[in-house]
Design a protein around this ligand. Structure first.
Ligand SMILES: C[S@@+](CC[C@H](N)C(=O)[O-])C[C@H]1O[C@@H](n2cnc3c(N)ncnc32)[C@H](O)[C@@H]1O
Length: 393
């Protein structure tokens, strides 16, 4: 496959930079210049788009840059899935697969927001965890210079491919393969760390490799929801900061290139009751900060979408490791009814968190602080009234 040159794509690159500026994702000239300079299509010559195929199955169909239409598609503000888990991916027709995505080129506006939140300055040395396609690595190189950019990915094949594409685009940063939640092999300290895979808690290695006063931006996965935090490291190793106004989520960090975290499926008890509730699926699904508060309040609880085999009705379900579950339908006449199995207190806890969030004025996510203590424990707090939740380590 031949990849069009940078010049052909210049108008698309300029338009993307302009659109990110208009959308408020970019607000400094330096990042506008970087987005207008780095050719995304060199890093994403192929990707997968989700569609329902002629047999009614949801599949990932492969697309390649080549014609003008496909080239323009790479410069839209969308996430482009670039890798499917080889253990689960199955080819279903000539250029379509089912399977679990394991790598992607991040949504440009999300990347731009995170890069702005990182607050880099000339001369800063940055560690990126999750090289992926190398596009974001290239943006960092364009902004800071190759020498100052270090990036690693758990998947050696992705690192090799990114290295080649970075070279084709004219960038030679420090690239490594390895688990980015462990100490970076170069054993340097960094002014900034940015992670584009999510972690359940901030790894000790990041604190160790961040200089005092340094900043990290990462996605913390907290069960029901998670979010981007921007933390500054104090001289004592304490890291404190806030959930950012940039909202976005990333794939979970894997400890090994060939595995991805598989959720456990404990036995679920049958339904033990149903009752009216004011907390509907629409309310939870429509309010990201509410989901965050539910996650703070209910550690160890996760969300799944439950489909009733007999009626086809889909519900939003909270469930816990002890088997307890509670669900509310997404549509239909029973949206104000919760059905549960096991501990009835599960939904009551969710309702209490919702009432709290409502009573304090429905705060947005950036109204919550996040702190990581030197012993690795972490907590979040509401900036206005100080309500605090300890997080599982
Ligand atoms: C969303 S993609 C990164 C996208 C990248 N920012 C881009 O624009 O191309 C997440 C990446 O994190 C990598 N990853 C997952 N777990 C990791 C780990 N423990 N250490 C380093 N990289 C990891 C994945 O292999 C994947 O390439």
């Amino acid at each position: 496959m031949s990849v069009p040159g940078r010049d052909v794509a210049r108008p698309y690159m300029a338009t993307l930079a302009e659109e990110l500026g208009k959308a408020g994702a970019i607000h400094t000239q330096e990042w506008a210049d970087a987005f207008a300079t780095v050719p995304r299509h060199v890093f994403v010559p192929q990707w997968y788009e989700q569609e329902t195929n002629y047999r009614g199955i949801t599949v990932w169909r492969q697309r390649s840059v080549g014609d003008d239409e496909a080239l323009a598609a790479v410069y839209r503000d969308v996430t482009l899935v670039t890798g499917l888990d080889p253990a689960t991916a199955k080819q279903v027709d000539e250029d379509a697969w089912t399977g679990m995505p394991t790598s992607s080129s991040t949504l440009p506006s999300l990347m731009a927001g995170m890069l702005e939140d990182l607050g880099v300055q000339d001369g800063h040395r940055v560690l990126e965890v999750g090289t992926g396609t190398g596009y974001n690595t290239a943006l960092l190189c364009a902004r800071l210079g190759d020498e100052r950019v270090h990036s690693l990915d758990v998947d050696q094949a992705l690192v090799d491919a990114a290295q080649e594409r970075l070279r084709d685009a004219g960038y030679v940063p420090h690239l490594m393969a390895g688990d980015g939640t462990q100490l970076c092999p170069t054993a340097q300290t960094f002014d900034r760390i940015i992670a584009t895979c999510s972690v359940p808690s901030i790894p000790a290695a990041w604190i160790e490799q961040l200089r005092p006063g340094g900043v990290l931006v990462a996605d913390v996965a907290l069960g029901i929801e998670g979010g981007l935090v921007r933390l500054s490291r104090g001289a004592d190793g304490l890291a404190r900061g806030f959930f950012t106004t940039t909202a976005g989520r990333f794939m979970p960090a894997r400890s090994d290139a060939l595995t991805h975290p598989v959720p456990e499926h404990p036995e679920r008890p049958p339904s033990t009751g149903a009752r009216p509730t004011g907390l509907t699926a629409a309310e939870i699904r429509g309010n990201y900060p509410l989901r965050l508060v539910l996650a703070f309040q209910m550690p160890g609880t996760e969300v799944v979408y439950y489909v009733d085999d007999s009626t086809g009705e889909m519900s939003f379900q909270l469930q816990r490791g002890d088997g307890s579950w509670a669900r509310v339908p997404l549509a239909g006449d029973n949206q104000g009814m919760v059905t549960f199995g096991g501990d009835e207190g599960l939904w009551k806890q969710a309702e209490a968190a919702w009432e709290w969030w409502y009573n304090v004025g429905r705060p947005e996510q950036d109204r919550f602080g996040y702190a990581r203590e030197t012993d690795g424990s972490a907590y979040v707090w509401h900036l206005h009234d100080g309500t605090r939740w300890n997080l599982a380590s």
